[in-house]
Design a protein around this ligand. Structure first.
Ligand code: ADE
Length: 225
């Protein structure tokens, strides 16, 4: 998978791709992430990328010319299976979206900034408008990093057995059960006996019951109730 990200603040999202699982996925050649600074396509001496919105709503909007130029220059190199725009008015991102998008080859993410991007860019290019939650961030960069992480970790070969995505919360519409590691007793607090019993079937049943109870308590909406 290749992810291209268009942003006015590349420095804001560089580091998540330079550490841990996302870094390793790139080193293994399984995923590539490329950041593109929109300011390189800015207009005039000051490389202007934004302007006041028509109609007087307070706040700046990213102009269409730099975005069209940047997107078209990328499209000249390859075609995109999805062009995502990160915005609080988009569809709320969930694990099903991550699963579907992780199967794609070339993904382009446009990060919104200020009051957003000119509607004509959305109408002309964007295939998916995604929000990562019902709150407003100061830009789409962190959302783009969140989405990229959620996609890349699902690509086969990125995670090893210990970090397998199959046991994640949400993969079976259940939250993950509690987990414990060594020591079996710490400051008088013990690990549930079943987990140290070595009894695989009982452990699986316990995990499922715990996942169900946790989901019932915290996220009954996931159980369709
Ligand atoms: N940009 C600002 N807030 C956002 C959000 N919640 N999701 C995606 N992009 C955003």
């Amino acid at each position: 998978m290749r992810i291209d990200i268009i942003t006015v603040l590349p420095e804001l999202i560089r580091s998540p791709f330079e550490a841990s699982i996302l870094k390793r996925a790139q080193q293994k050649g399984i995923a590539e992430v490329h950041l593109h600074d929109l300011k390189a396509f800015g207009m005039g001496k000051h490389k202007q990328v934004d302007d006041y919105s028509f109609g007087g709503n307070a706040g700046m909007v990213l102009r269409p010319e730099p975005l069209f130029a940047c997107i078209e220059s990328l499209q000249a190199e390859r075609s995109y299976d999805a062009i995502i725009y990160t915005t609080p008015d988009g569809k709320r991102f969930d694990q099903k979206d991550a699963n579907q998008l992780s199967l794609l080859g070339n993904v382009l993410i446009i990060c919104g900034h200020y009051k957003g991007i000119d509607q004509r860019v959305r109408d002309h290019f964007v295939t998916h408008e995604i929000s990562i939650g019902d709150y407003v961030l100061s830009g789409g960069e962190l959302a783009a990093a969140v989405i990229s992480d959620a996609l890349i970790r699902l690509i086969p070969g990125v995670l090893n057995d210990e970090t397998s995505a199959l046991t994640d919360s949400f993969q079976d519409d259940l939250l993950a059960p509690p987990v414990y590691t060594r020591p079996a007793e710490f400051r008088g607090m013990t690990v549930p006996d079943v987990l140290t019993s070595g009894h695989a079937k009982k452990i699986e049943e316990w995990n499922h019951a715990q996942a169900l109870a946790r989901t019932q308590e915290r996220r009954p909406d996931l159980l369709g109730e």
